[in-house]
Write a protein that binds this ligand. Structure first.
Ligand code: ADE
Length: 228
């Protein structure tokens, strides 16, 4: 899978990807992530990529030309399954969104800044708009990093234990159950006996019950009617 990212602060993303779990994904050639500096695609002086908005109002808007220049240049080499714009007014990003995107071959992520990007780019080039939550960030880079991380770890072979991504919170609309490791007794706080029993069928039942309990307590909104 290949994910290309267009940003005005590529350094921010480079340091993130150099240290995350995706480093291994890249080393194993399971995932290629390329970060492009939008300023390399502008014909305006001093690397300008933004300007005042028509109609007045505070805040600069990213101009269409550098963005379209970047997108079209990259499209010469790659057919993208989705051209995604990170924006607080996009659809919410869920585990399901990550699952869907992990099945694609090529993604292009566009990080906005300032007041956003010229609407004409959204109208004519963007195929999907995604928000990582109901809050406004200063740019789309953190959103892009979150998407790459959430999607990248679903690619088979990226995690050591391939089944572990399937057991994550949210994969079945349930939060994950509690987990324990050695020692069995820490300051008198004991690991539940069931986990030491070796009875895998019962352990799975226990885990499901605990996941359900935790979801009911913390995120009842996730439960479907039949589980309530
Ligand atoms: N850019 C600014 N805020 C954002 C958000 N909440 N999600 C995605 N991109 C953003």
């Amino acid at each position: 899978m290949k994910i290309d990212i267009i940003s005005v602060v590529p350094e921010l993303l480079e340091s993130f990807f150099a240290h995350s779990i995706l480093k291994r994904a890249k080393e194993k050639s399971l995932l290629e992530v390329n970060i492009f500096n939008l300023r390399d695609f502008t014909n305006y002086k001093h690397g300008q990529v933004d300007d005042y908005q028509f109609g007045g109002g505070a805040g600069l808007v990213m101009m269409a030309e550098p963005l379209v220049n970047a997108i079209e240049t990259l499209q010469k080499n790659t057919v993208y399954d989705e051209v995604i714009f990170l924006t607080p007014d996009g659809e919410n990003f869920y585990q399901q969104t990550a699952n869907q995107l992990s099945l694609k071959n090529n993604l292009l992520l566009i990080c906005g800044h300032y007041k956003g990007i010229d609407q004409r780019v959204r109208d004519h080039f963007i195929t999907r708009e995604i928000s990582i939550g109901d809050y406004v960030l200063s740019g789309g880079e953190l959103g892009a990093a979150i998407i790459v991380d959430a999607v990248g770890r679903l690619i088979p072979g990226v995690l050591n234990d391939e089944t572990s991504a399937l057991m994550d919170s949210f994969q079945d609309n349930l939060l994950a159950p509690p987990v324990y490791t050695r020692p069995e007794d820490f300051r008198g706080w004991k690991v539940p006996d069931i986990l030491l029993s070796g009875n895998h069928a019962n352990i799975e039942i226990w885990r499901h019950e605990e996941a359900l309990k935790r979801t009911k307590e913390r995120r009842p909104d996730l439960l479907k009617d039949d589980e309530e």
